[in-house]
Design a protein around this ligand. Structure first.
Ligand code: ASP
Length: 350
């Protein structure tokens, strides 16, 4: 009888160990944002982002332990309006370490929604692994009525453990949808249904703890990206100038005077300049400051050699990159080359 009991206990222990081992290992890196935000009253729209820590976020969704062996770390605790190069470098290096040296099967990053698309695209170009990396945030603070953070976090972990999300590049998981780092844009200032994938739409969705992929991104990313930040401590300086009727050339001139390495134009229409701004842009390009033409239009490409003769001026057309994504690609491109044609090629491939 004792022997049977012993065998039963051993079998049970083994089964528990095996079931624990079978679960993927996921690290959650918390960076702040509204998902970690707190409002003074749950019915108020006034709140401060980046207030509660990673453990509070995990405690709100104990169900994720059914999906994966999850642990967390707090990288920073900021509103993503304060995201910067220093944090991006830390983040990219940490994700690479977790996936390539510490045996994690995927990484989920909690992040504010304001600049989530920028961080996602930066990581898409600098993470050296095909394992899932998924960003999640929320539009309502953690103590709001009907907070959206817990479901977004649960879904992000579901995506991170899914073999379907391997090799897809960095994804954002918001409002049950999976969005690709290159095309994702925040489109609404306050609604939960704010993220869209532009004309190409969403990449997939998460339903009942399962990720479903609808399409595969066709741009180069992660393991196929040549951009490597492992030895980088500082990035080239790249700014964005906004286009509008009767535009002042002063912001463009200010970037030139401050020795910026590149300037992205959020131009009107197909990346067009106001004439006074164009003059400064030509001078800047001749001085070795790379100009990239993009557009303030929410959809459509900025085409090469359309109303502006890019070949003549050595400007780069951002093609399908919006100004904020173009800024990131130009910043990384300038770590490799100052040849405008090579940079244009990067805009075609990434
Ligand atoms: N300002 C906040 C942030 O980006 C907004 C949010 O997370 O939704 O951190």
């Amino acid at each position: 009888m004792k022997l049977i009991k012993l065998f039963a206990t051993l079998a049970l222990t083994l089964a528990v160990c095996l079931s624990l081992e079978a679960k993927p290992k996921i690290r959650i890196i918390a960076t702040g944002g509204t998902i970690a935000g707190v409002s003074s009253t749950s019915a108020s729209s006034a709140y401060t982002a980046g207030q509660v820590g990673i453990q509070t976020l995990l405690d709100a969704v104990p169900q994720i332990l059914n999906l994966a062996e999850v642990d967390g770390e707090q990288l920073v605790n900021i509103g993503s309006q304060d995201m910067n190069d220093e944090v991006w470098l830390k983040l990219a290096k940490r994700v690479n370490q977790l996936l390539n040296e510490e045996g994690y099967d995927g990484v989920v990053i909690t992040h504010g929604t304001d600049t989530m698309e920028e961080t996602a695209y930066f990581l898409n170009l600098t993470v050296k692994s095909d394992k899932p990396v998924v960003l999640a945030g929320s539009m309502r603070p953690s103590n709001a009525i009907s907070a959206d953070g817990p479901a977004n976090l649960y879904n992000a972990v579901a995506a991170a453990v899914s073999p379907a999300c391997k090799g897809m590049g960095v994804l954002c998981c918001m409002n049950n949808q999976l969005l690709d780092a290159k095309t994702v844009i925040k489109t609404h200032t306050i609604d939960c249904d704010t993220f869209e994938g532009g004309p190409s739409g969403i990449i997939g969705y998460v339903y009942n703890g399962e990720a479903y992929i609808l399409q595969t991104p066709n741009n180069k990313h992660t393991v196929n990206s040549i951009f490597d930040v492992s030895k980088i401590t500082k990035f080239p300086k790249v700014g964005i100038v906004y286009g509008y009727a009767n535009a002042s050339p002063l912001p463009m001139q200010a970037f030139v005077d401050a020795n910026f390495d590149g300037i992205v134009l959020a131009g009107v229409g197909d990346g067009n300049f106001y004439k006074d701004v164009f003059e400064v842009a030509v001078k800047a390009q001749n001085q070795g400051i790379q100009i990239v033409r993009s557009s303030r239009c929410p959809t459509g490409p900025t085409c090469l050699n359309s109303e502006v003769d890019d070949e003549k001026y050595h400007f780069v057309a951002s093609l399908s990159h919006n100004p904020q994504k173009a800024r990131i690609l130009l910043m990384l491109a300038l770590t490799k080359t100052h040849d405008w044609q090579e940079i244009q090629q990067f805009f075609k491939e990434y």
